[in-house]
Design a protein around this ligand. Structure first.
Ligand code: ZN
Length: 380
């Protein structure tokens, strides 16, 4: 035999005994491949190749983390999980039964209901919007954590209903927030002064406390918020005020904040840090909850320099008292004074309401000294 014939024979033998059977067994093997089924509450959503497992895990983790975008960077994340029971099940399937990672992504990011947003119109406020959409004011605030009810204007966007995904994500975390401790106002009675007269002997200073929150978010919004621990790190300094006892104006009522007979202080003056976002917001007045129609009295003698609608303040009044002191009364339902008018201490100038961007009937009272807001608790 020639060399060429030997080679041809060897190639034939190789084909018959090695390569062809190899190809046949390979074809058999291709019929079934190792794969993972993504199972949600017992239902198979898709099946991916064994080799796509790492890519799928990354995709799931990226999806869960998309719900962390409003969470304070300093928060301690304890757990991120799906609400539904999610399993990756080992299976063997025919290659044509495998789904692509694009299909997997579409299912994971599927939406049950789109978010609903509305644009603020003139005259809208939290109170009326919440009622009109059959939700509570608290819910509206949870959905819009960065919105300051005093500072929203027509054209601003409010979220009424969050995006509802098919695959729900629950996030549990802890966050330590520094919060102010309000000071109290101690009074010294002085029978040489009228009840409408007050002199500050010592300004109050807020203290500070560390508050540890345990928070769960469902699809990025507050689901529960619990205070776990509070620790005062700086005691407040109480204000000391000399008050008159001689009566001129009878105001009666349970709690007399001077400018209004309120039920309680619903929001203090100063910086507040949001326990979820960690972002700071400044509240430049004192909010005193009171019934709509409750009379509002001017703080002290002065001249009206603004009276009427003023953006997020709604119906509001600004009074100049001289010596660089001004006071503002916002969210009123009625105004009884006009620009340029002079008013006397304790004179009725308006009535409590919920106009502008207000979360409910209350008086937003601001004290402005030389162009800068001051803590009103030092003045009333
Ligand atoms: Zn306010």
């Amino acid at each position: 035999m020639t060399k060429k014939r030997v080679i041809a024979l060897l190639i034939t033998l190789l084909l018959v005994f090695a390569i062809i059977p190899g190809l046949i067994s390979l074809a058999d093997a291709l019929k079934k491949v190792k794969a993972y089924q993504f199972v949600v509450d017992g239902e198979v959503w898709f099946t991916i190749a064994d080799t796509d497992r790492d890519a799928l895990e990354n995709m799931l983790s990226e999806y869960q983390k998309s719900y962390l975008k409003n969470v304070d960077q300093n928060a301690r994340i304890k757990k991120i999980s799906f609400v539904q029971a999610v399993e990756l099940v080992n299976v063997e399937v025919k290659p044509e039964e495998l789904d692509s990672l694009d299909t997997a992504r579409e299912r994971i990011y599927a939406i049950e209901e789109e978010a609903l947003e509305i644009e603020i119109k003139s005259g809208d406020n939290f109170w009326n919007l919440a009622r009109a959409h059959k939700m509570s004011v608290a819910d509206l605030q949870i959905l819009n954590p960065d919105v300051n009810p005093d500072k929203i204007y027509p054209g601003d966007i409010l979220l009424l209903r969050p995006l509802n995904p098919v695959l729900d994500v629950m996030i549990q975390f802890e966050n330590m927030i520094i919060e102010p401790v309000p000071f109290k106002v101690e009074t010294r009675k002085d029978n040489t002064l009228y009840t409408s007269q007050k002199y500050i002997i010592r300004e109050g200073v807020e203290g500070e406390k560390e508050v540890l929150y345990d928070i769960t978010l469902l699809n990025g919004f507050q689901n529960s918020l619990v205070v776990m621990n509070e620790n005062v790190i700086k005691e407040p300094v109480n204000a000391l005020v000399r008050v008159g006892t001689k009566t001129t104006v009878s105001r009666g009522g349970r709690v007399n904040y001077g400018v209004v007979q309120g039920k309680r202080i619903s929001s203090h003056y100063g910086w507040r840090i949001h326990p979820i976002t960690g972002r700071r917001k400044f509240h430049d007045g004192l909010d005193i909850a009171a019934n709509t129609g409750t009379p509002v009295y001017v703080y002290t003698d002065g001249k009206i320099i603004q009276a009427g609608w003023n953006g997020g303040y709604g119906l509001s009044i600004l009074v100049d008292h001289g010596n660089g002191l001004r006071t503002r009364y916002a969210h009123l339902s009625k105004i009884y004074v006009k620009v340029g008018q002079r008013v006397k201490t304790g004179e009725r100038i308006g009535a409590v309401g919920s106009t502008g961007n207000s979360t409910g009937p209350h008086l937003h009272f601001e004290v402005i000294k030389n162009g800068q807001t001051k803590n009103p608790l030092n003045y009333i």
